[in-house]
Design a protein around this ligand. Structure first.
Ligand SMILES: NC(=O)c1ccc[n+]([C@@H]2O[C@H](COP(=O)([O-])OP(=O)(O)OC[C@H]3O[C@@H](n4cnc5c(N)ncnc54)[C@H](OP(=O)(O)O)[C@@H]3O)[C@@H](O)[C@H]2O)c1
Length: 276
């Protein structure tokens, strides 16, 4: 049997770096640390090698179609398989950010949701039976962060498609650009909406996987906890290694697990995503 392959996006630092570290110790296969910047990526690889670990590196900017295609073609040519995909890369504007909300909304959705979706679309054909996918979401990604009932209903449609979800989220960005997002019932946070999108996408992807001829494909969204990383200005209370635990748990779920299409908390509890 060929060696199994795991890929982590945005892994040069923070939670992604710790996910790679833990996968190198726990996953029986090749682990790819990917990063949008080659120097930051290789520096991260060097740090892990100093700890006796042996991850591989490939550049991957999740917002760049050519970068995703190049990485896909490389994986296809080298292994023709993918067994674990952890969609960890993400951004969050700081509270002190001076960019107008419309820009923050467009950029946050572009990276956290639309780019993640493109990575999945391109790499999913490489998934092998029993593959595990993790979308790193957030506690902000719970549907209760939206109080407007008619918006909530849209996300809760059991037959929601990827394209329909895209349209809902484009609706948020457009509303933000015209400064009518509050009037339309959206919260005043692009990060929240991006992560609600990511968790909703996991539900849609699991439905797609359930009718896929490949056996036992599983995807879950995971809240990693409030973690001490650059994103939180180092205010988080968990270490990056602790924040990596739940995503790694999702990546290593055993064959034929019942935990599919769920929303997993940092302590590995299953939380009902849609609960108010
Ligand atoms: N920290 C928390 O408390 C917390 C809580 C809930 C959810 N999360 C989620 O956990 C994930 C990791 O967050 P973190 O705290 O580890 O943040 P972080 O330290 O800021 O790391 C984010 C990573 O994503 C990468 N990235 C950003 N844009 C990218 C792109 N276009 N292509 C590829 N990589 C890109 C960054 O690369 P560069 O170094 O090149 O910028 C970095 O490696 C995110 O999805 C975040 O939303 C974090």
């Amino acid at each position: 049997m060929t060696q199994r392959v795991a890929v982590v996006t945005g892994a040069n630092k923070g939670i992604g770096f710790s996910i790679v570290k833990q996968l190198c110790k726990q996953f029986d296969g090749i682990v790819y640390l990917t990063a949008r910047d080659i120097i930051r990526g290789y520096n991260a690889i060097r740090k892990l090698k100093q700890q006796g670990l042996n991850p591989n590196f490939h550049k991957l900017d999740i917002t760049d179609d050519d970068s995703i295609s190049t990485f896909h073609d490389y994986l296809k040519e080298m292994y023709d398989r993918l067994d674990i995909l952890i969609n960890n890369a993400g951004i969050a504007f700081k509270e002190s950010a001076t960019e107008p909300f419309s820009i923050q909304a467009e950029e946050t959705l572009r990276v956290n949701y639309f780019a993640l979706r493109k990575v999945c679309k391109k790499l999913y054909p490489l998934l092998k039976p029993h593959a595990r996918v993790v979308h790193v979401s957030s506690s902000s990604g719970r549907l209760k962060s939206i109080s407007n009932e008619s918006l909530r209903k849209k996300f809760l449609d059991p037959n929601l498609t990827e394209e329909e979800l895209d349209n809902i989220l484009h609706g948020f960005v457009n509303a933000a650009k015209e400064n009518r997002h509050l009037e339309e019932g959206w919260p005043n946070s692009a990060y929240i909406i991006s992560k609600i999108g990511v968790s909703a996408l996991a539900g849609i992807h699991q439905r797609m996987f359930d009718s896929d001829p490949r056996e036992d494909l599983v995807v879950n969204s995971v809240h990693p906890g409030f973690v001490n990383t650059d994103m939180t200005g180092h205010k988080g209370i968990l270490s990056p290694d602790q924040g990596a635990e739940a995503p790694v748990y999702g990546a290593l779920l055993p064959k034929n697990t019942d935990i599919r299409g769920k929303y997993v908390w940092y302590d590995k509890a299953l939380v009902i995503w849609a609960k108010t």
